[in-house]
Design a protein around this ligand. Sequence first.
Ligand code: GLA
Length: 383
Amino acid sequence: MIVQLKKKFTALFNTEPLVFQSPGRVNIIGEHTDYNKGFVLPAAIDKASYVAISKREDEQVILYSSLFNKQVACDLNNIKPMQEGWPNYILGVVNELRKSTPKLTGFNLVLDGDVPMGAGLSSSASVECAVAFGLNHLFELNLSPIEMALVSQKAEHNFAGVMCGIMDQFASVFGKKDHAIQLDCRSMAYDYIPLDLKGYKILLLNTNVEHALASTEYNIRRQQCEQGVEIVRNHQENVESLRDVTMQMLDSYVKEWDDEVYTKCKYVVEENDRLLAAVHALQNGDLVTLGKKMFASHDGLSNMYKVSCPELDYLVEYVRSNSAVAGARMMGGGFGGCTINLVKEESIEELLAIICTDYQKNMGRDLSFYIAETANGSSEVLG
Ligand code: GLA
């Protein structure tokens, strides 16, 4: 891919580029907790976005996507979201950087990658972070890794319209091979947790359901959580996010006020507890408990937080009583994308042979799958 990327770049712009990569991510547990200042447990994976970049003498930004085989151009002084989706993940980052530094001039960029789009593996965050990392290097902006992750998150808010948390961008920048990252989204403190899966592999099953409604529903969930916090704050003024809220507070103040908001908030409070128990289990090599927490997380996301869909539920139910599967759940924002499954390595082939056929028969769609290996975060690609 890198050779092709460089070749394309040289053919288009007649100069040698620098190349940068940033990976997609999985999340073991801790879903819809990041924007509630809770915990997440993502890991960067061996699928990434790649950008080849060089400076220009003028103020033009020329972008080419190998995937879409399309080129767009705009003036650095007039950056705004485009009708076409893919340039926005790049321009969104440029727009944020322009707010804080005058150092940026025009540049050429070719984008390629192998993070499946719309699969809940954070292809958009991986593009944003690769761009942030690349521009930081090219223009010597001196941004720290966390600043690059935050700029990328802002790009998603302002140019893609999704009020996402920090999990995806953080995992893409800070990923570490063979580790998951336990991130506290309130303090931003993090720990690398060795991901020793004891003969199990991370199998991703992609529903191939386009999550069209996802961004609207995502923003609605976020608002509902904020409403819950507001209600509690009327009684306990030191509460700032759902992280500070206990079940007792929800039962006392929110339950009778708004049952829907109550259920959403309850899911989040429970998911934070589940994550802590899951990390403990992982550290003790207790895959059985970890797996149970993953199934429970799915049940909460499906029945309480209501961000699943029939295809995701089908896949999780399919493996629930399979003794080769420790745990499974929907992953990411929801309404489509992948389930994450912990499956005994020697049983993966057998499982895939039946689940692909049955999924097609019952859900009327093809099932795609990936075995995810963990990887390091954003970097320059040398050589
Ligand atoms: C998307 C968002 C993340 C996070 C997850 C749900 O991936 O980008 O910030 O909220 O959904 O856990």
